[in-house]
Design a protein around this ligand. Structure first.
Ligand SMILES: [Ca+2]
Ligand SMILES: [Ca+2]
Length: 199
């Protein structure tokens, strides 16, 4: 048994679009694990079934936790896994075989967002909602820092003031005009102004 290894997120993302890597499948006898191939790269999810043969009692555990035999087991969370299976003849006798494999599953790396900002998306979470005018007001009156003054400048007037919070609220709740570009897609500011943005 190997100790399960943790997989840090950065390491996962260096891996090719993250993958399930099966390695070192040590088949010592006739126990079959179906649905996955040895030394094959998967992404995001894999599922396997420990095949149950009549005449044997099976015990299967993945990372020390029991998993069912004869039905599909899905792996969808990035981690390092070890599966161990033993079977014992019902007619008696010692466990005559076992099989184990190690697999590592990484999340598919999300592509980096394109550069730029969404006008009105003050908090930079990718959507414009009520939290954004709140963020504008916090920046104006509560000393909250921002990494993108351009995003706060909802009306593209070249300055950030309370009119920007009102503009977003009007858009959201009073059928007011949409924000000028870049909106709704992320993009660069095409209006020359003194505002900055580090997104
Ligand atoms: Ca937002
Ligand atoms: Ca403005």
């Amino acid at each position: 048994m190997h100790e399960p290894k943790s997989v840090d997120p950065a390491r996962r993302c260096r891996r090719i679009a993250a993958a399930l890597l099966l390695a070192a499948a040590a088949v010592r006898a006739q126990i079959a694990v179906e649905g996955i191939d040895d030394r094959t790269v998967y992404t995001d999810r894999a599922a396997f079934t420990v095949a149950a043969e009549e005449g044997y009692d099976y015990a299967a555990a993945m990372n020390g936790r029991s998993v069912p035999v004869g039905e599909e087991v899905a792996v969808a969370e990035a981690d390092f896994y070890e599966l161990a299976v033993t079977r014992t003849p019902q007619a008696g006798g010692a466990p005559e075989s076992d099989v184990s494999f190690d697999c590592e599953l990484g999340a598919r790396c999300a592509p980096p967002p394109p550069p730029g900002f969404i006008r009105g998306d003050a908090n930079g979470d990718g959507v414009v909602d009520l939290s954004d005018p709140v963020m504008i007001l916090l920046c104006l009156f509560a000393g909250r820092a921002t990494d993108c003054e351009d995003a706060l400048d909802a009306n593209d007037g070249g300055r950030v003031d309370i009119a920007d919070a009102v503009y977003v609220l009007s858009y959201l709740f009073a059928r007011g005009a949409a924000m000028p570009a870049p909106f709704p897609a992320r993009g660069e500011d095409t209006t020359p102004d003194a505002l900055g943005c580090s997104r």
